[in-house]
Write a protein that binds this ligand. Sequence first.
Ligand SMILES: *Cc1c(COP(=O)(O)O)cnc(C)c1O
Length: 466
Amino acid sequence: MEYISTRGSAQALDFEGATLAGLASDGGLYVPREWPRFSGEEIADMAGLPYAELAAKVMAPFVGDSLTYERLLELTTEAYGRFAHKAVTPLRQLDEQQWVLELFHGPTLAFKDVALQLLGLFFEEFLSRSDRNLTIVGATSGDTGSAAIDAVAGREKVDIFMLHPKGRVSDVQRRQMTTVLAPNVHNIAIDGSFDDAQAMVKRMFADTAMTDRFAIGAVNSINWARLMAQVVYYFAAGLQLGAPHRAVAFSVPTGNFGDVFAGYVAAQMGLPVAKLIVATNVNDILHRALSTGDYSQGTVTPTAAPSMDIQVSSNFERLLFDLGGRDGKAMAAQMAGFEATKAMQLTNAQREGASALFQSCRADADEMASTIRWAWENCGELIDPHTACGLFAARASGLDEATPVVTLATAHPAKFPEAVERSTGHRPSLPARVGDLFDREEKCVALPGEYAAIAEFVASHASPRA
Ligand SMILES: *Cc1c(COP(=O)(O)O)cnc(C)c1O
């Protein structure tokens, strides 16, 4: 399988190359040259497989020759063996129509573990084949940081530099990052928003003074391997609810459009998907883009769902590329316009293509709180504020009663205990596996939100590429 850039001019790479590269050198994102497709019979044969085996089956066409099937299965078995639930991503029923897919049973209590535990193993595998060092530079709105740090802490040949917006992540989120004291882990709190942090990371990928010396790698969902790993749980849920014979809708709490794009990929691969509901909080650039075609950056409003406090959704470019006839030149021009003016209009083809599969919905603070309360009072389930955006959108979706709607539960409620307690009167407790988080020492540097300061810090702490 070959990977091409959404902006058309970077060199095509195999899976190993795309995984280590992260962002393409032309500023675009890697996508597979074509979508592999399973027949109904092949999908039916996947029913009942253990999660690690299903993962290897679904990902094998994307991995191509970069790993043998046997090795891929060993890696999925190792990654998903660390989850606290045997089903890895258990599905729970809330009422006749509503279901919740629990994606938070990994080590850091958010869905990002599903992809990052595996990505950490891919890095180690590919780097061991040649004598190279990788410098991971990432931005986090809270959960990517802890999941990526857990996945690479203490590993050979990898340094990780993780930027988070100072004071805008929860205490649990921050401590899950800063209490990891391994020497290859560098936490950086910056003055600014997540979007500022993400823009600096993207800039470093394009900074040849840095990329000549260091092999800069990505753990954000601009890395294709993350999205690929997330496709698996759409199949897992779909199969449990009757795929390939019944179509299922998914409601996805969205920030960077990564998780929901994985659902789009599952649909391209032949999984019957009735609808993908893009659920946002008041930072609603995606809701505006999908409902009116207006993709223009607003200012970020902090909410109780900080991992979705985003106004530039990097992975949306992958969808626009696919819906726009995969024209890299046109995509590069459209994105250059967005970068210059912070606004763009979707083309008619993009709008029509999106409306066939997607709908969108935005939840404000009251709607999030009342949804947390509803799940507790009616179903006895404690859900976190991100999941609440998804469940609010699922319940408001207006879909036919015969269509099951699966909300992706993206974080454990104990990651956001204040918001959950305010709505339900119950404080969710941290699972034993995260241990004495609040008693541990923290390590973090604070830097101004200026690119030069970040680049200098990385350059003075990272290992050159070879
Ligand atoms: C990252 C995150 C999201 C948003 O996921 P995207 O793939 O960026 O759309 C939603 N909820 C939680 C808890 C997250 O950590």
